[in-house]
Ligand binder design. Sequence first.
Ligand SMILES: Cc1cc2nc3c(=O)[nH]c(=O)nc-3n(C[C@H](O)[C@H](O)[C@H](O)COP(=O)(O)OP(=O)(O)OC[C@H]3O[C@@H](n4cnc5c(N)ncnc54)[C@H](O)[C@@H]3O)c2cc1C
Length: 441
Amino acid sequence: MIPPCDILVLGGGIAGIAAALAISKELSPKVPGLKITIFELHNVPSTSGGAINLNPAAQRHLHHLGVLDELDKMGADGGAEVDQVEMFSIHSGRRLGRVDFSGKDGKGYGGYKARRVMRISLHLALLATAEKASNIDVKFGKKVVDGVESEEKVTIFFEDGTNAVGDLALGCDGVHSPTRMKLVDPSTPSEYTGICFIQTTIKANRINAPVHFKTTAMNRSRHGGLLTTYCHKNKEDIFVAALAEVDAADISHETFCPRNRDSIRHRRTTSERLRDEVCERFNDCGIPCVQEMLEKSLNWALYPVYQLPPDRKWHTERTLLLGDAAHAMPPRDESAAFALDDAILFSRILSLYIHQPISDAFAVYEYIRRSPVTKAYNSSNVTWMSNKGTGRWTNRLEEWMTPWQLYKDKKARIGAWEFDASTLYIPPPPKEPSLSSLEDK
Ligand SMILES: Cc1cc2nc3c(=O)[nH]c(=O)nc-3n(C[C@H](O)[C@H](O)[C@H](O)COP(=O)(O)OP(=O)(O)OC[C@H]3O[C@@H](n4cnc5c(N)ncnc54)[C@H](O)[C@@H]3O)c2cc1C
């Protein structure tokens, strides 16, 4: 078998750039003339999206790819170290529990704690690392619209009328993936989870009341959670995000309207309407600094959260979906880690199966990856749905049960944080004949 040497990466987000970096790292010594091209929809790196929490596994994998060094070079923009996510009742201000990233020795899991960083900083660090690899090329302003496969090649078509031909394509184009919808599995569109992030950032020095958390707090109410967190090393800005149930009919940014406030709909900007909504939902707030953050914040934005049903198709003969394009699940602190795991694991498998048909590498990848992804999906879903509104008494009960819930999930959480895609055992390829020729028989 001739090794794949022209690899098309569709989408330049976390999964796409990480896949290009990981493949470059694994295949460069084995495939002379290796060429990896990333095709990204946006014309420039996108600055939207707020802050993201990188768990210990995500940090370890970013280190493996050389990205963490780039983040560290950014100084304050490289993000705030997170020892723990503290949980509070927004109504009473009572501390309910915490998710601890520092571990028994205070050094984290596998040497890493968590980090909260603005998405744009992470993206720029990924791009800076990719720029250093001579065989990775990033093409911006390339919107994937279709694709077709032959026995030997895959051809991807772009909105500007151009196309690209490669030996294999990786669909890393997010939850609404056109690669999935056009090439791999048109029967699996994304589904709205019923919950949105309504988010903003505010300068920390505008808050007069003492801040009630060290780096990150999840403040629970019966109308959903309210995340308040620093996102820079110097704690200059506070990222505020309400996780709130919003009707599907209201999720357009242009037309969003707080419930029962039709009369003011046309007199206020979208950002003001979003702030009205958050203030109304969390109006029984008993934490003074949070109250201030809600009242003083401007520039609120709405992010409806989508997911995919589990256990759907991930690949064809020459195209594989990675990251959210394959398995978008409700965000906790681990979806980005999953995109990085995918990238590192697949590149190692591709390298080991370099002389086998590409579909063998895809099959082994799916064999290893399917079960942990499905388990994570199921557990994310339960936590996520708790952001849907509940009654006063159900909420009290849930608050009361938080320590028990955290204790129950602790083992699975730590298992995910300690996961290392760069060392996981991969079954070696059979000497001869290949898996696919056996299937043919
Ligand atoms: C509101 C919110 C908060 C989250 N918070 C966290 C968190 O705190 N921690 C965490 O670990 N995870 C979090 N996640 C999940 C995490 O952001 C995703 O799992 C992660 O970004 C997946 O990376 P990806 O590269 O697969 O997809 P994306 O990040 O969506 O990247 C897809 C890329 O493909 C490009 N693209 C799309 N369509 C096309 C096209 N037609 N042609 C070319 N390119 C295209 C996009 O522009 C983008 O660059 C959150 C998700 C959401 C929605």
